[in-house]
Design a protein around this ligand. Structure first.
Ligand code: FES
Length: 346
């Protein structure tokens, strides 16, 4: 097998990947434009390489306070379920594997992504703007999971359901809509209500949010399911939280639609995003936010990453001092107090 493509791809650093994504972003259909960037933020190559190169993985994970389910190995077929392009995954996977064996010269990352997307689009009979995103995801999955793991994955997809059954344009239009506030809605101020649609690797759903309420605050009122049975960090609603004060990084989210309906990040949120290492701290309207800080004034669609960590200093080298409260914050103390009260009452 000729591994030249893999060798070339492995020599590409994360900033080049992100620059290539930015370069093709305008050609990705809006239905997946933000979703693809969020996928790449949830799967940061720099962090993967940092952990891969550590002599003691457990210590390295502890050193960056890594919690949850990090990595692609057990999510090769599922990590991209929130993309419209997920439906093209079987063809994407086989095309990536075929190209990995192809002896042709590497003509740059952006060209590689575009050619792969073109091939998938032709086979599927769709516009290339619908396959660019999943093509980029497929190539990064090859890099992070490796040829053998990618080849061994079943390549199965989750059949589209709900809104995802609609056309890409209809999905975008529906995501942009705000809930009707009724005939006299224009008179409402603080009692307006909107909807947050969320998608995590193992669960999805919706909850209501009051105008100008933090997303995490609205999430914590949603006890419709045992969220912790899906993700141990979800002890109080579908969004994992700890400190609720921009100190721990547990509640980070990706905003697929509605970033402009969220409050501007404060200086503290921007600084802490650098500390955590999630990126986008300088963007005017970042699509990566902290749910405990982001207040919504309209409907938003979000992605909940399956892990959290504090790796800005160690991996990105982009902050001098890590201003981080220990995970034993007020939220954790509250849980412990409630647990001990429950034990006393038994
Ligand atoms: S819950 Fe700790 S940063 Fe939001």
């Amino acid at each position: 097998m000729n591994k030249r493509l893999i060798d070339h791809l492995e020599s590409v650093d994360e900033s080049t990947w992100l620059a290539s994504l930015e370069s093709i972003a305008a050609d990705i259909h809006e239905v997946d434009r933000n979703a693809v960037e969020i996928w790449f933020r949830i799967h940061p190559l720099d962090l993967v390489r940092y952990l891969e190169s550590s002599e003691n993985l457990d210590e390295a994970m502890k050193g960056i306070a890594l919690q949850g389910d990090f990595g692609l190995f057990d999510k090769i077929d599922t990590s991209h379920r929130f993309l419209f392009g997920h439906r093209y995954w079987p063809k994407t996977k086989s095309a990536v594997l075929a190209r990995a064996e192809n002896p042709e010269n590497f003509r740059g990352l952006e060209t590689e992504i575009r050619e792969l997307a073109n091939e998938i689009a032709k086979t599927e009979g769709v516009n290339q703007n619908l396959t660019l995103g999943i093509a980029a995801v497929g190539l990064m999955t090859l890099v992070q999971a490796g040829y053998d793991a990618l080849a061994a994955s079943p390549g199965k997809i989750e059949k589209p359901s709900g809104l995802m059954l609609e056309s890409p344009d209809k999905i975008v239009a529906e995501r942009k809509k705000d809930d009707s506030q009724g005939l006299l809605g224009f008179l409402k101020t603080i009692d307006k209500q909107f909807t947050v649609s969320f998608h995590a690797v193992k669960y999805a759903g919706k909850f209501k949010i009051i105008n100008n309420e933090e997303i995490a605050s609205a999430s914590h009122k949603d006890h419709s399911k045992d969220w912790q049975s899906f993700d141990n960090r979800c002890w109080d609603g579908p969004i994992p939280i700890e400190c609720t004060s921009a100190s721990c990084g547990t509640c980070w989210i990706g905003v697929i639609e509605g970033a402009e309906k969220l409050c501007e990040p404060t200086r503290r949120e921007r600084r802490q995003m650098k500390v955590f290492g999630y990126g986008q701290a300088e963007d005017q309207k970042p699509i990566i936010r902290l749910a405990c800080q982001a207040k919504a004034s309209g409907n938003v669609s979000i992605i909940i990453p399956p892990w959290n960590a504090v790796f800005g200093k160690k991996v990105r080298g982009n902050v001098e001092e890590v201003e981080l409260e220990p995970v034993t914050t007020s939220a954790k103390k509250l849980r412990e107090t409630l647990a001990s009260m429950a034990a006393e009452n038994d």
